[in-house]
Design a protein around this ligand. Sequence first.
Ligand code: UGA
Length: 463
Amino acid sequence: MNVTVFGAGYVGLVTAACLAEMGHDVRTVDKDPDVVAALTRGQLHIYEPGLAELVERHVAGGRLSFTSDSAAAIDGSEIIFICVGTPTRPDGSPDLSQVEEVARTVTAACNHQVLVVEKSTVPVHTADSIKRTIELFSDGAGLCEVASNPEFLREGTAIQDFLNPDRIVIGVASEWARDRLLSLYQGIDTRIMVTDVKTAEIIKHASNSFLATKISFINMISDICDRTGADVRMVAEGMGLDRRISPDFLSAGLGYGGSCFPKDLGAFVSIAEKLGADFSLLKEVQSINERRIDNVVEKLRTSLWVLTGKTVTLLGLAFKPGTDDIRDAPAIKLIERLAAEGATLHLYDPQAAENVKRYLGESGSGGAAITHGTSTGTTAVGASPTAGVAQDGLRFFDSPYDALAGAHAAVLVTEWPELLGLDLNRAREAMETNVLIDGRNALDPVAARAAGFQYVGMGAGHE
Ligand code: UGA
């Protein structure tokens, strides 16, 4: 089929590349000509395992193209996906102006029957607004229909999630729209659930909110385990053996981050409020998640007493392994908190360091010297003075062992396989004092103690 994807961000690019992999002809529109030019050359602005190879293969094969010319991209298109950003407004509600802009743009395609599909995560009733806008700007031509087809892609495994999903949800208003989406996904072997449009929109927000609720729930249990000496990992295992509960999303730790859960929970709470429902449960999920950072800072204080002048190494900065994404990452909050306490921070991440440097530079929360440390020396990488971050307070390293050199404490923030395979003896020898906070309960407490560490888990690893 001829498909147009609006937005070459994370969701749009994965959707476009995977639809091309399925044999469709996909034109991808992005407003940024630099992004279009880079993607056409096969250079990706995001990191997702396997995506660069897919893009390269299908651009070369002619099934995938990128453009800023939306009129050309929608000409003759059978399905138009909206995959643009829906950033959060200060009040927690999503800013849908990019979605509205695409809705106005696609009216030009409404001279033939075309299906407009929202894939960006949007509040219930957004499809109605898209349809109204299309009708308003196309003099009521009405040849566009709007459907919802939420994405359930996890960063790091997005291609696998797209091509081998647990389910596909399509929310449609007509048999024509249903059949068009069913033929698009022909070949994917999974349960395809067909609903009305509003139900599909709610399935997406409800799914992410429920997963986040599981995480905050187990994090509260981990606090109880900390206070009692029980082990949250075993509590989670014992709970998860009940198939009604399932073991997934019961890993306690520093809490959830990323571009989805924090944003989607805020949006869902805000929509509920607009609809007259107080979703206080989700508000508590959010506040439990915020408190995970206090929890780690408290653990550091318990071990080191005064944090001013201490050196803390953060192992991992991405919001989870397998990505360079640092949006709402616990590491960022931890950097800001510890810097405000006057600690010196040594930072290491195999993929996300550049994004953190950029973020700290742009947000003005990088210290007067964000520096890049190597085993052979230190070079300045830029930044501006700030409140809250000590001078010379942040140093980035290319190796975890260099980052650990001279540190008083290390915090495992992101459970990258490389960090789980650290030589713990070498790590301990590199450090000044032996505090190891396992912010993801991912290291082996017995091995850590054997290497001489004072191991502190998150509701786990008590002696
Ligand atoms: C999430 C959902 O899992 C996807 O289904 C959804 O499509 C996507 O959001 C989205 O809305 O686009 P993602 O944000 O990539 O995907 O990451 P997850 O793997 O869900 O992890 C989210 C956060 O929760 C991470 O910070 C992770 O470290 C944390 N987490 C996850 C825990 O703290 N404990 C767990 O047991 C699981």
